[in-house]
Design a protein around this ligand. Structure first.
Ligand code: CAA
Length: 380
């Protein structure tokens, strides 16, 4: 067993760290307040090759794996969780399924533009009546000649307002029980009949785009079907194995940012004649935070490593997502407590981190769903 990162992984992590410190961190508060990310940031992400980090070199990407992506995502999220989730969803929920399930023709058609960030991606699964029970989705696709005709409404679509390409999960066999009759179809967002709703007003990750997307009589060619007919639900869940590693990496980044700020503040803030870091009560908090972060990072890296070996990592991804997201919330809460009243104002980043941390226990499968996934694996 080797815990040392390769030279290539160290390089890509350090590049992301420098970018996060120099470009993202100074803009994170503004993105949170404006409700969008400066387009210049997107351009720089493209220059660094991060939109195409996991896209094979043959299609214009950097050809790196999930471990590289999790290292990069930890760094980006340490500075700005809104940017972090945008990059995570693009790579893991759109790029990855096309890479893993697309035909050669589909890869050639869509991947080069995803690799540069000329086109960003989104993943349309959730519906008003199909959240945790994703298999209950009702959006339909009916074959009419050589075209699919799609009708339905998707909600909580990350990147909905900025994406040029979507994978839409649709019911193609209405007679099949729940998850059986579902297919995955790739839809360019500028197709007639696609309408993007207003951005959701969220508690955190406010700079990222989250919208409803409505499909009304949307026609796309028959060959936009990704993977087999009625085999879309396993693709959706297999894709979420990777997506959950991304959100777990986000959680580690947020948790680390909380610890870094708590350490700094507790060394500066003096009470009862000494820096509060001298008090054991504060030291214990810092020790618990550091230990949980190290454990979370190890779970994330193990899941990413398995996925890079093309091994099933459903349980490991769920464990990483559950533990890291709980850790992010624990660390945000403890860091805020250490900051006292100051942490409850927007003079300090802690209140943004506190709000950003909360979503990591909800999207891409709530903690309760991760428990179901883990328990099924344990009992199998
Ligand atoms: N990899 C490959 N195949 C898988 C799989 C995986 N990880 N998990 C399940 N499958 C397969 C099963 O083997 C089964 O295949 P068959 O049809 O051949 O039998 C099929 O998929 C259905 O699996 P289940 O019977 O386990 O499905 P279920 O209906 O019981 O659902 C669930 C299980 C775990 C509850 C699942 O519905 C789930 O994960 N729900 C949460 C959904 C979720 O995470 N949503 C977030 C959406 S994205 C988002 O948050 C917004 C965003 O943009 C970021």
């Amino acid at each position: 067993m080797d815990f040392e990162l390769t030279e290539e992984l160290t390089m890509v992590r350090d590049m992301a760290r420098t970018f996060a410190d120099e470009v993202l961190a100074p803009r994170a508060t503004k993105a949170d307040r404006d409700g969008f990310i400066d387009p210049e940031v997107f351009a720089k992400i493209g220059e660094l090759g991060l939109w195409g980090l996991t896209i094979p070199e043959a299609y214009g990407g950097a050809g790196m794996g999930n471990l590289a992506l999790s290292l990069v995502l930890e760094e980006l999220n340490r500075a700005c969780a809104s940017t972090g989730v945008t990059v995570s969803v693009h790579n893991s929920l759109l790029g990855a399924p096309i890479k893993r399930h697309g035909t050669e023709e589909q890869k050639k058609r869509w991947m080069p533009k995803l690799a540069t960030g000329e086109v960003l991606g989104c993943y349309c699964l959730t519906e008003p009546n199909a959240g945790s029970d994703a298999g209950a989705l009702r959006t339909t696709a009916v074959l009419d000649g050589d075209e699919w005709v799609i009708d339905g409404t998707k909600i909580w679509v990350t990147n909905g307002g900025i994406a040029g390409l979507a994978i839409v999960y649709v019911r193609t066999d209405p007679s099949a029980s729940n998850s059986k009759g579902i297919s995955a179809i790739v839809v360019p967002m500028d197709t007639k009949g696609v309408t993007v709703g207003k951005p959701e007003k969220k508690t955190g990750i406010r700079g990222s785009s989250t919208t409803e997307v409505v499909f009304e009589g949307v026609r796309v060619p028959k060959d936009h079907l990704l993977g087999g007919l009625n085999r879309g639900f396993p693709i959706a869940l297999e894709t979420l194995d990777g997506g959950r590693i991304g959100i777990a990496s986000q959680a580690v980044g947020i948790a680390q940012a909380c610890l870094d700020r708590a350490v700094k503040y507790s060394k500066e803030r003096e009470q009862f004649g000494q820096p509060i870091a001298e008090f054991q009560a504060i030291q214990w908090k810092l020790a618990d935070m550091a230990t949980r972060i190290d454990a979370s990072r190890a779970l994330v890296h193990k899941a990413a490593w398995l996925r890079d070996r093309d091994e099933r990592c459903t349980r490991e991804a769920a464990e990483a997502k559950m533990f890291a997201s709980q850790t992010a919330n624990f660390c945000a809460d403890e860091a805020l407590q250490i900051h006292g009243g100051a942490g409850y104002t927007d003079d300090f980043d802690i209140e943004r981190l506190f709000r950003d941390a909360r979503i990591t226990e909800i999207y891409e499968g709530a903690t309760d769903i991760q428990r179901i996934v883990i328990a099924r694996a344990v009992l199998a």
